[in-house]
Unconditional design. Structure first.
Length: 238
């Protein structure tokens, strides 16, 4: 049975573990490193390998070498490549969920600000970088054929999508729009995923900044009463 990796509840918790790993670099090759720090080292090395080699070419040996640990240590903590990859996916999904939920909370109670905050959160450097985007793409390619991945990603995607649907429904009511909330939420999600893909591929000189600009343009087109385009000499308000 897969050993559950404790989710990182906050960015500070993750950074504390990484800092601990850095401070105890010589020690990490011994037996005293904590279980959580060791697992984080292996998961981060797995993300690196997925970004560099892809899913099929990533091996337990690659991960061990990348983490600076013995192959026996990798086998001790995860037993198999499958368990290691599932744990890595779980870690990334927990990190992503924590990130967007924090953005949603920080936005307050205004639905328009909440939706804009969710869109902006997708292009934050901690989440949106080539290394992690490449790892996500590696997992997306496996989700259809591997029930474990589909179950984990599917449940989390459904929860995230419901937030989008609810916000679109609220904005429709207040703005008098004609769209169907579920369809608009799907279009919004597809747009964000498409921008992530373009960033990962490095096409058309797309950057995080221009991708966010494009996403905000989508919001202005879909919800013009809530995200009016700036006028000459004026400020854009939400």
């Amino acid at each position: 049975m897969l050993e559950t990796i404790t989710p990182m509840k906050t960015a500070e918790a993750k950074e504390a573990l990484l800092e601990s790993a850095r401070k105890h670099e010589p020690e990490k090759r011994g037996r005293k490193a904590s279980k959580e720090v060791r697992q984080l080292q292996l998961i981060e090395a797995t993300i690196d390998s997925l970004a560099k080699r892809g899913y099929s070419e990533t091996t337990m040996a690659d991960v061990a070498d990348g983490a600076g640990l013995s192959r026996g240590i990798v086998n001790f903590h995860f037993e198999s490549k499958e368990k290691l990859l599932v744990a890595t996916l779980q870690y990334m999904a927990d990190e992503y969920a924590t990130h967007w939920r924090a953005a949603l909370t920080k936005a307050g109670d205004d639905p328009a600000r909440q939706l804009q905050a969710l869109v902006a959160a997708d292009f934050d450097r901690s989440i949106c970088n080539k290394r992690k985007l490449a790892a996500w793409c590696a997992f997306w390619g496996e989700a259809k054929s591997r029930p474990t991945y589909q179950a984990l990603c599917g449940a989390r995607d459904a929860a995230y999508q419901k937030v989008f649907i609810d916000l679109c429904a609220t904005l429709k009511q207040s703005g008098g729009y004609a769209f169907e909330p579920q369809v608009m939420a799907l279009a919004l999600s597809a747009m964000l995923e498409g921008l992530w893909l373009r960033l990962m591929m490095g096409t058309e000189d797309v950057t995080r900044e221009t991708a966010l600009q494009a996403a905000n343009e989508f919001l202005s087109a879909a919800f013009p009463k809530h995200y009016p385009r700036p006028t000459a000499g004026g400020d854009k308000t939400a």
